[in-house]
Design a protein. Structure first.
Length: 301
């Protein structure tokens, strides 16, 4: 079972041109390159999106061992939600959730997209899993027909786009009537703004500087995580949460926090409004610690 790609510009169906290793429209006017088995649809022009490609491409190409099980931890009450469903995953990064959606949550099929070259890593790390497809695409210009997926899914992504609510709307357009959407975005809490101080100085730095600063900060703060891990003494929720993970996860997330070009934070009320404005029903908005707001809802039949 696979979703046929369409041109995000003209909505025309595309076919595989084996001789030129690309996807082409019937009239041959449009053509999309395939790199290392991954079709490339994204065509970005804004500085924010170009920086997003640079930073997240570097993150997932560097930290390929990152495999934190956030999805399991953050899927409370949703154990059977994905069973036998087709899922559109927005912002797959290195594809750790795509893999879990299929292997642990029994999704029927996952079409994963990301704006950056993380897609090459996602393709490689998920090779051999036939029911995962990966493409390079922008959430605002998705290469799929409207109303074709059972579930629109996005964990930790929409707040990194140029317009998070529009990104959500764009994802929801691809969900069938009666299908569902599930998202996690950063929660609006005072603690989150602390990192924003660092990010102001580091977000435009060269990748090598960002990596050095992330290594330095995680090295300096790791003893406080250990204090929580070994003795249960937590100076903040941040250290308590990372006590569940190893140093590699901490360092990767530190790089993510200080280098992401675009970040926004949301209240539960804002996310509730997103789902209501989409006309969804059975909306449930909850929080995961003071880290994420999770929204789940069902599109009207
Ligand atoms: C913090 S990472 C999260 C990756 C993955 N969801 C995870 O939790 O491991 C955010 C991802 O969103 C992607 N992203 C940002 N803006 C995007 C856009 N406009 N369209 C598609 N993906 C985007 C980035 O390239 C990046 O890989």
């Amino acid at each position: 079972m696979t979703h046929k790609y369409i041109s995000p510009e003209t909505n025309e169906k595309l076919y595989f041109d084996e001789a030129n290793n690309c996807l082409k429209s019937q009239d041959g006017q449009e053509s999309f390159a395939i790199k290392e088995g991954v079709p490339y649809f994204s065509d970005v022009s804004s500085f924010g999106e170009k920086e997003t490609q640079r930073v997240f491409g570097a993150e997932w190409e560097t930290f390929t061992e990152y495999d934190a099980d956030n999805l399991e931890k953050m899927s409370y009450g949703m154990e059977n939600f994905y069973t036998d469903k087709t899922v559109l995953e927005i912002g797959c990064g290195s594809g750790r959730h795509s893999r879990r959606l299929v292997n642990k949550f029994n999704a029927k099929h996952v079409e994963a997209i990301d704006l950056s070259d993380a897609v090459i890593v996602a393709k490689e790390l998920n090779k051999g899993i036939d029911n995962i497809n990966v493409a390079n695409a922008n959430v605002f210009e998705l290469p799929f027909e409207d109303e074709t997926f059972d579930i629109g899914f996005s964990l930790g992504v929409l707040m990194h786009t140029t317009n998070p609510k529009e990104a959500f709307n764009s994802m929801c357009k691809k969900v069938k009537k009666g299908g569902s959407a599930v998202i996690w975005v950063y929660a609006k809490t005072p603690r989150k703004y602390f990192m924003e101080f660092f990010r102001f100085f580091t977000k435009n730095s060269p990748t090598i500087i960002q990596k050095i600063i992330a290594s330095l900060l995680s090295f300096l703060l790791w003893p406080l995580v250990l204090l929580s891990k070994k003795f249960g003494i937590s100076l903040s929720n941040h250290f308590k949460e990372y006590a569940k993970y190893d140093y590699y996860v901490y360092k990767t997330d530190m790089y993510d926090r200080i280098s992401a070009p675009l970040i926004a934070f949301f209240s539960e009320k804002e996310i509730q409004n997103w789902f209501e404005d989409e006309g969804f029903e059975e909306i449930e908005v909850t929080t995961y610690g003071d880290f994420f707001v999770r929204g789940v809802g069902k599109s009207k039949e």
